[in-house]
Design a protein around this ligand. Structure first.
Ligand SMILES: [Zn+2]
Length: 198
């Protein structure tokens, strides 16, 4: 394993992205052999730090760490779908392409979120860090025109079940994994490590 003490970090200073440290580590190849010891190929280890820029979606990820859920709404009076509210967060209205207004839907989520449908899976993507089985849920909110994909770390999902949002406010990842859902009236002491209601 390469020395990772100088792993890459990025800062923005005066509007410019400043990269510091290593973003790519070279690891040795290892041979792949068959039962007779003949060389069949090599493993090609890669260790790369990817950089994801959030752009106009940054307020959404920042707010999760502050126990807030944001959506967006089209407020263009000339749009055929003015008033349409989007969660997940859409920067622009897909109908009129004007910039949407950010709306705080935390209270709406706490009081109206229900499971639209769900999927329980034991097999996940290679880098998935969630505990298995993962209970993926699709969530509906009153007055919101889209359905949000998330997960239920506690309890068994059922269609139309009332759920409430929880947020990873302690050591947040600043990714969508900072948001999860639990059945209504789950006691705060049962929440996963680092998650809170508020
Ligand atoms: Zn619109």
């Amino acid at each position: 394993m390469a020395d990772q003490s100088n792993r890459g970090t990025v800062k923005v200073v005066d509007g410019k992205y400043k990269f510091k440290g290593n973003f790519h580590y070279i690891n040795p190849n290892t041979p792949i052999r068959n039962e007779e010891g003949n060389l069949m190929g090599v493993t090609n280890p890669r260790d790369i730090t990817h950089v994801h820029m959030y752009g106009g979606e940054a307020p959404f990820f920042e707010s999760l760490a502050q126990a807030k859920l944001l959506g967006t709404r089209c407020e263009n009076p000339d749009c055929e779908h003015t008033g349409m509210t989007h969660v997940p967060f859409k920067i622009h209205c897909p109908d009129c392409l004007s910039k949407n207004t950010i709306v705080d839907i935390t209270e709406l989520a706490k009081t109206t979120a229900t499971v639209h449908t769900f999927m329980v899976t034991e097999r996940t993507g290679a880098f998935n860090t969630l505990e298995k089985p993962i209970r993926f849920i699709n969530i509906e909110f009153a007055g919101v025109d889209t359905i949000l994909m998330s997960y239920l770390p506690i309890g068994e999902p059922e269609i139309e079940m009332r759920v409430v949002p929880i947020f990873q406010t302690k050591n947040p990842t600043y990714t969508i994994l900072d948001l999860a859902w639990v059945p209504e009236e789950t006691s705060e002491s049962k929440l996963p490590e680092g998650f809170t209601y508020n």
